[in-house]
Design a protein around this ligand. Structure first.
Ligand SMILES: [Zn+2]
Length: 457
């Protein structure tokens, strides 16, 4: 039985209670479960009123702690109690026996802006266990994101944004290879500031892509100074992901130190066969920078081919060894880098499969890293990077963004050829305390909220 209605719970729930009491020695063993149906006879037991009770799952709380079996009670949009066993009252039971219960996944790197504005149901993300996404990466956002955020509605997941550099720079400097003068610099700073005030989590730039590629190191440093004031960070696609990837990584480290801002290195990779093996050096640079005091982290997706590789049906520009090395590094978190068209079409399967794929391939099949470490990289680690104070962990008082999935059966289905096949194995998903996926079916409840950076300077 996957789910039990409230009436049935009287019997089911008191069965649990009787078991618990037997274990604690409070009741004789031979008393039948039915005898405890009425709460009136149980004056000493505190029944907890809740909306949902996730029963007996293997709880992985997002902090990289040991999993434990227990119950989680949800009321309104919050987790109200987590315990080995909870005696609930009027709670709808979600039977999680044999399943993992974790915080919903927080995808810090996406390109789903148009989709979220025009559609936003996000079935493909919910069925991966994703409950929040951050868009506007790689410099891709409108000049003003405040009105975009204000007009989002009907979303299946929570959504926030970066202020991207591409359109800001184009609107002021144009597409030519020119340095901004003082007045232009000030105009761009004003635009960035307006977006940070509107709730942008930071500033995103793709130094590899025209015309952002015309931006110098100094220019990015000057703009990034502003981030510290708003508790924001720099999300950066490096100037070169291939032959010159090492100097490109050195450049973003320099920017971080000079502007004194946290740096998020987007979709870390060493692209093309002749650069395979450079990941070791890249990760060394990240560790050294961290040891010298820079808050630098990276994100990675779980595929050995990028969206640039899709023209050729079999080309893979990323080495599996490099990918695995990145996945296990303590400064690397998981993100999807997914893009979606308005109608949900995708050019790369990662928009439909990234999270189940990584769990299945690397925690279950290969045991490359423990499930709790991997979940940490999908939840509390991105939440902490974003400064989300009440998401990314299973903790009393936190928002009830929760995924329940079967480790034995979770799998991605989307492929290079068929990019839009839904992932399998996610049983239930809560977004802000509402059931967004129930028994593997998306409920369609528009339960997502707009996320805004709250650590204002
Ligand atoms: Zn990028």
């Amino acid at each position: 039985m996957q789910r039990i209605n409230r009436r049935d719970f009287l019997i089911y729930g008191t069965g649990t209670l009787a078991t618990m009491l037997t274990l604690t020695g409070c009741l004789p063993k031979d008393i039948k479960t039915q005898a405890y149906v009425s709460e009136v006879n149980m004056p000493n037991i505190d029944f907890l009123e809740c909306d949902y009770l996730i029963h007996k799952g293997l709880i992985i709380d997002g902090t990289n702690s040991q999993p434990f079996e227990g119950d989680i009670a949800i009321k309104g949009d919050r987790i109200i109690k987590i315990a080995r066993s909870i005696a609930g009252k009027n709670c709808e039971i979600i039977d999680a026996r044999g399943k993992i219960v974790s915080p919903g996944f927080i995808d810090i790197h996406t390109h789903t802006e148009d989709y979220m504005v025009h559609n936003g149901r996000s079935e493909m993300m919910l069925l991966q266990g994703v409950t929040a996404q951050i868009g506007g990466n790689c410099g891709n956002s409108k000049v003003k994101i405040g009105s975009v955020l204000d007009n989002l509605n009907g979303m299946g997941i929570n959504y926030g944004m970066f202020s991207g550099y591409r359109e800001i720079r184009r609107s002021v400097v144009g597409n030519a290879n020119l340095r901004p003068n003082g007045a232009q610099m000030q105009a761009m700073l004003d635009m960035l500031q307006e977006n940070l005030q509107a709730g942008a989590f930071g500033f995103s730039v793709a130094l590899e892509y025209w015309p952002q590629s015309f931006a110098t190191t100094d220019e990015i440093v000057e703009l990034s100074y502003l981030l510290a004031e708003y508790g924001g960070f720099l999300s950066v696609h490096v100037r070169d992901e291939g032959d010159r990837v090492i100097p490109a990584v050195e450049e973003i480290i320099e920017i971080g130190f000079r502007a004194k801002v946290p740096v998020q290195y987007s979709h870390i990779k060493a692209a093309h066969r002749k650069n395979w093996g450079k990941m070791e050096k890249i990760l060394e640079l990240l560790s050294e920078a961290r040891d010298s005091g820079l808050d630098i982290k990276a994100d990675v997706y779980g595929y050995n081919f990028s969206s640039n590789d899709l023209g050729d049906s079999s080309y893979c520009s990323i080495s599996d060894e490099d990918l695995e090395m990145a996945l296990t590094h303590p400064q690397v978190m998981i993100a999807s880098d997914s893009g979606l068209k308005v109608n949900g079409a995708a050019i790369h399967p990662r928009a439909y499969g990234n999270y189940p794929r990584i769990i299945a391939q690397y925690a279950r099949n290969k045991s490359l890293l423990s499930i709790e470490t991997l979940i940490h990289k999908m939840t509390a680690m991105p939440a902490s990077r974003l400064g989300l104070a009440d998401r990314g962990r299973l903790l009393e008082g936190y928002k009830a963004d929760i995924a329940v999935f079967d480790l034995n059966n979770i799998n991605d289905e989307a492929t290079r050829q068929q990019t839009t096949l839904y992932s399998k194995g996610v049983q239930s998903v809560f977004v802000n305390g509402n059931l967004a996926v129930n028994n593997g079916i998306v409920t369609g409840t528009p339960t997502g909220e707009v996320l805004r950076n709250s650590t204002k300077g």
